[in-house]
Write a protein that binds this ligand. Sequence first.
Ligand SMILES: NC(=O)C1=CN([C@@H]2O[C@H](COP(=O)(O)OP(=O)(O)OC[C@H]3O[C@@H](n4cnc5c(N)ncnc54)[C@H](O)[C@@H]3O)[C@@H](O)[C@H]2O)[C@@H](O)CC1
Ligand SMILES: Nc1ncnc2c1ncn2[C@@H]1O[C@H](COP(=O)(O)OP(=O)(O)O)[C@@H](O)[C@H]1O
Length: 643
Amino acid sequence: MEAMQDLNRRRTLLHAAYDSSTVRAMERPLLDRGVPLMRMAAGAAAHVAAQMLDDENIDIEDAAIVLLVGGGDNGGDGLYAAAALADEGAQVTAIAVGTSVHEAGFAAFVRAGGRTLVLDPAADIPGIVAGFSAGEAAERVRTAIDIAEQADLIIDAMTGIGLRGPLRGLPGTMAALLGVKPDENGHVPLPDRPALPNRENDGHLPLVLAIDTPSGIGVNDGTLPGPVIPADVTVMFGAMKPCAMLPPATFACGRLVLVDFSFDLSDQVPVAVAVDDALAEQAIRLPRVTDSKYSRGVVGLVTGSTRYPGAAVLSCEAAARANTGMIRYLGPERAQNMVLAAIPEAVIGKGHVQSWTIGCGAPDAHNAEPDDIQRATAAALLEHYALSADADNTQALAMPPIVVDAGALDMLPKHVPAHVVITPHAGELAELANRLADDGQAQRSSRASHAGARRSEPIAAQNVMDEPLHYARFAADSTGATVLLKGAVTMVVSPACKYGQSETNDAGSPIDVSSPTRAVAHTNANVDTSAGTQPVLVCGSAPAWLATAGAGDVLAGLIGGLLAGNAVGDNGWKAEDIARIAASGAYVHGMAAAIASESEQHGWQEPDLFGQAQPQRFTAIGHPIIASDVARAIGDALADIIA
Ligand SMILES: NC(=O)C1=CN([C@@H]2O[C@H](COP(=O)(O)OP(=O)(O)OC[C@H]3O[C@@H](n4cnc5c(N)ncnc54)[C@H](O)[C@@H]3O)[C@@H](O)[C@H]2O)[C@@H](O)CC1
Ligand SMILES: Nc1ncnc2c1ncn2[C@@H]1O[C@H](COP(=O)(O)OP(=O)(O)O)[C@@H](O)[C@H]1O
């Protein structure tokens, strides 16, 4: 019993992320009991730093380390860690970026022989004479950058969960000069490095270790709101914060090492949950002794087109391999013939289905002929899902779940139930967001709002990639659909998710929660969106080799397949179940890509737990694949998950 509880807690610890106020609430009882959290944090950070140097064959006695230290407790962690490293013989210079430092930590650092460079003329630090001229202040910044660039290791302890908004002042200057900073559009470009297993360092120096979080990162929403120094390793304390999982911030965290403070996680609501085998397994319906092909689930597909018949093949093959009893295909003759040639098991034409997948490879409104048959079929089908505040929505709520991809996204009705899953990539979500904003369904709030400007130009794919959670939530709350936003880390936001109802984002701007759909859905007991605390589901199982044409078609077919297998009959769908199954589809998809490419690199890797036996190290980079390979590996991925 106890062992089971430990296992569950460990799984939660490694796969759930909590916002900073929840983390502070979990710390409180331990601090009240006098548990020395800062010492524990610092000890772990020093150990990880030493290990990083060792991995690069740098002796600690020969190592030059720079600590960027802020005035809060994050700086305190850094100072104690730096003191421990100085005690081991490293040459450590603390660059104080604020007006104060954690006093006890600083005293320990000085005792250990650490050197200090203060950047702020207004600094009030015991034993340090400040009050220097503006000219000298500028000179000190240049010296600090020189020392940091020549160091073997930079420890970034400027800010942690106490960050408010983008980094400003000297911390902002240091991060901008040593790391990356926003361009004129507010986009923060991360270094262009190969995707390696374990987010391994590719040989560059100085190494960067972030304390708790990389300074300047959007701790709670995963954005990069300003300058930030991308880390090779982030040692995170107590519990994961959302920035550890959510793109783009997760890519600035590098490898994650989590220090368990034995927080009581039992009643805490995470903001984000990473899909793992155990969660995905729940979406895989094992066949019953008495099953027939119908009871195992039938998927209907309105995919492909005369122009892109391959998308029909890919989506059908994925649906057929996703643990289903049968697939039915509707489409133009050319695509029908190709589907049959590739999957003789496919049944052509209409019939009863437990789920739909539509739109992959179908033309959007800009590219379609006026009488395009696929668009007409998809539009007629989607009409059945339209919700309206003053109509009887029984029919819409009783429809089978549907995956709406690519060319069908521009036909999505204004308001739909949560068992409509939309699967845009960033460009498609940008288009949808523009349409919703033009319809007045929600504000266009974005990064521009915290840059002080209001965005008047259209939302671009890059805006979505910069603030994926914001836009996914925007689409979910505006339309009521379950939104699966594809990327290296794919996220699934259900209209009932916690962040659809949260107060502010990391920029401190209010989050738009205008959601007429929520009101509509609430009047219909059949679709339960009332949970209100659903975390964002993130899935990073895919290697970067998966970014290849047609991979999205495979995903849409695969999710259609899992939904069909999970058809629940008359009881209605819960928004959280739909989100879970969709996210599991993305997980299986990523695993299939990993199997096909023989790669151990993943968009997101669960953290190493500090102090546990030597963490598993992966090395296989793998090889390129095409989307058909991914479809063919679905069976093996399912087998691995249920094993
Ligand atoms: N509560 C605790 O006792 C524990 C806290 N721990 C550490 O303490 C951190 C939280 O400490 P704090 O609450 O002191 O906060 P931080 O140390 O994260 O941040 C506060 C500091 O950052 C500066 N700052 C905030 N926003 C800024 C901005 N936009 N631009 C420039 N500077 C900015 C503030 O002026 C202040 O100096 C955690 O992240 C963790 O590293 C750990 O030691 C574990 C125990
Ligand atoms: N860098 C990456 N790492 C891992 N997976 C990725 C990466 N970039 C994209 N993907 C995945 O590849 C797939 C691409 O789908 P999509 O953009 O719809 O392509 P297509 O329209 O050609 O099918 C998605 O599942 C997405 O999550």
